[in-house]
Design a protein around this ligand. Structure first.
Ligand SMILES: CC(C)(COP(=O)(O)OP(=O)(O)OC[C@H]1O[C@@H](n2cnc3c(N)ncnc32)[C@H](O)[C@@H]1OP(=O)(O)O)[C@@H](O)C(=O)NCCC(=O)NCCS
Length: 153
């Protein structure tokens, strides 16, 4: 192989490096212990309970990212219930922002078993809207995910 060709390959490899080393930024902050009061009559986790946990996790994520406590759920896409947790299981909830609009933030969600990493649920799109004091959509001015250290600087 001639040297020019080798350099071209190295150059291309460098250009695509970010793709090779892409790591998802989803963090699984919240863990829940499935208790008797969380179960449905089939003795698995009641879906409505899991959705309430997710809604709360997502709104907290949105409040922190948008730095405004007046945020509401606007839209939730299809919910894929992949497997059913049982009493005593520990589940963990992951949220990741996928887009920042003018007044909205879009996130995705995954729930998995803490110990086995078995996937439990996936939601591709949750949209939350930033509000003013009158409950009207308010531009938030955010464009990317920020972390505690960025916000405290
Ligand atoms: C949230 C609310 C104030 C938005 O009012 P609105 O008149 O629809 O406002 P807008 O049309 O300006 O839309 C606001 C944002 O939502 C987005 N949006 C609106 N409808 C959407 C939909 N069906 N899917 C995804 N995003 C949507 C818009 O694109 C816009 O985002 P952007 O500014 O980032 O582009 C109003 O719909 C509302 O009060 N809904 C009830 C919320 C609620 O009670 N949630 C449950 C309890 S938390």
């Amino acid at each position: 192989m001639d040297v020019q060709r080798l350099f071209k390959i190295i150059e291309l490899r460098a250009a695509f490096e970010p793709l090779f080393f892409y790591t998802p930024t989803m963090n699984f902050h919240t863990r829940k212990w499935v208790k008797p009061e969380d179960l449905n009559p089939n003795e698995t986790l009641f879906g409505g309970r899991m959705l309430a946990w997710i809604d709360e996790e997502a709104v907290i994520y949105a409040i922190v990212q948008l730095e405004n406590k007046h945020v509401v759920t606007k839209y939730i896409s299809e919910i894929d219930f992949i497997s059913a947790p049982r009493q005593g299981d520990i589940v963990e909830l992951g949220i990741e922002a996928t887009a920042f609009g003018r007044t909205s933030i879009t996130m995705r969600c995954e729930v998995r078993n803490k110990l086995t990493r078995e996937p439990i649920l996936k939601i591709d799109k949750l949209v939350f809207v930033n509000l003013d004091a009158d409950g009207k959509a308010l531009p938030h001015g955010k464009t990317e995910i920020t972390y505690v250290k960025d916000r405290l600087d």
